[in-house]
Design a protein around this ligand. Structure first.
Ligand SMILES: NC(=O)c1ccc[n+]([C@@H]2O[C@H](COP(=O)([O-])OP(=O)(O)OC[C@H]3O[C@@H](n4cnc5c(N)ncnc54)[C@H](OP(=O)(O)O)[C@@H]3O)[C@@H](O)[C@H]2O)c1
Length: 307
């Protein structure tokens, strides 16, 4: 029987179990995917802890995971756009990808280019579509300067590269250990913490056009009140209170969740124009350790589970 991650109550990582489940079966317009790699994301930890109960309640037993890459194992009766054995990248909205087998709507899948490694493909959906949406939301173009908080994290590491591809200069806020990586990816690293506004002014000659906040904790206020960035050129993917207070944008995964966007990002990865740093790959049975590492909030790039 196939294995999958399950939890029966809200709580810490210890509620996560890897259990055997019934083999899922694809219905019309669906495919059964044998998962090769599946990324993990901070939002899943928040759901598991019950922090999103008002917005997105869990029903128990709950599975988890959106990101996935794998091989088509079986297709629904009416599906002719995909064949068994094809390699795909995609997502599920049913909290189910941290598993060996998952049923996915065919419209949530795109073909995996041969040159994109499994762990990179499996990490693409949430971080990739969110970064794509955020960069689009602040309308970056050649010559712009954009500040990115959490610049070396799962989303931020892609934001700084997509900003550069749009012709903008990215100032990446990150801890010292990530500064070299940011330099190598065309961003200007700046340490966060006391005095960050002064350090940003110094490297930007006092002019910042946009800010993408992937961390929260005051960066929206800093952009408006200290850096003079217009509210329609600020996107936060986490600070809902600041978004309400200052009227800034909150475009994230939902704004760019499509197979077309995944295909565009996969093509950039395949051509070597975009990189997803893989911090660590864990076997599915070590799912608790994987989230322990993620929840320290200092991951460079992505952590991935491999069934
Ligand atoms: N709205 C949406 O659609 C959406 C989608 C995806 C994610 N999210 C949310 O966005 C956030 C980021 O997700 P992620 O996957 O990128 O997380 P992540 O990979 O865990 O990123 C953590 C990053 O935060 C940085 N960081 C830690 N302390 C910081 C500080 N004081 N100031 C600035 N940066 C700091 C770390 O940098 P250093 O290691 O350099 O210290 C690390 O690179 C999460 O809260 C997640 O829930 C929202």
């Amino acid at each position: 029987m196939p294995r999958a991650v399950r939890f029966d109550a809200y709580g810490d990582v210890d509620v996560l179990e890897v259990v055997e489940i019934e083999r899922p079966s694809p219905g019309p317009a669906e495919a059964l995917i044998r998962v090769k790699a599946a990324g993990i994301n901070p939002g899943e930890a928040s759901i598991r802890k019950g922090l999103m109960h008002e917005r997105w309640p869990a029903t128990f037993p709950s599975g988890e995971g959106s990101d996935l890459a794998g091989v088509v194992e079986e297709v629904g009766a009416d599906v002719d756009s995909l064949s068994v054995g094809e390699e795909v990248i995609g997502w599920t909205d049913l909290r189910a990808s941290h598993a060996e087998l998952v049923v996915v709507p065919v419209e949530h899948l795109t073909r995996k280019p041969a040159g994109v490694p499994w762990e990179v493909a499996g990490a693409l959906f949430i971080a990739g579509t969110t970064a794509y949406a955020a960069v689009r939301a602040v309308s970056l173009s050649a010559g712009d300067t954009v500040v990115v908080s959490g610049a070396a994290g799962g989303v931020g590491s892609l934001v700084v590269q997509l900003a550069r591809l749009a012709g903008a200069t990215a100032i990446g806020l990150a801890g010292e250990s990530n500064h070299q990586w940011l330099l190598e990816h065309g961003a200007i690293p700046v340490a966060y913490g006391d005095g960050v506004a002064d350090r940003i002014r110094e490297v930007s000659d006092g002019h910042v056009d946009a800010l993408i906040d992937t961390f929260g904790g005051g960066y929206v206020a800093l952009a408006i009140e200290e850096l003079g960035v217009a509210s329609d050129r600020i996107d936060t993917i986490i600070d809902w209170a600041a978004a309400e207070q200052y009227g800034v944008k909150t475009e994230g995964t939902a704004a760019a969740a499509s197979a077309g966007v995944l295909a565009e990002l996969a093509a950039l990865l395949d051509r070597g124009e975009l990189e997803i740093p893989i911090a660590r790959v864990y076997p599915l049975e070590d799912v608790r350790d994987a989230y322990r590492e993620l929840e320290r909030r200092h991951t460079r790039g992505k952590i991935v589970l491999v069934p």
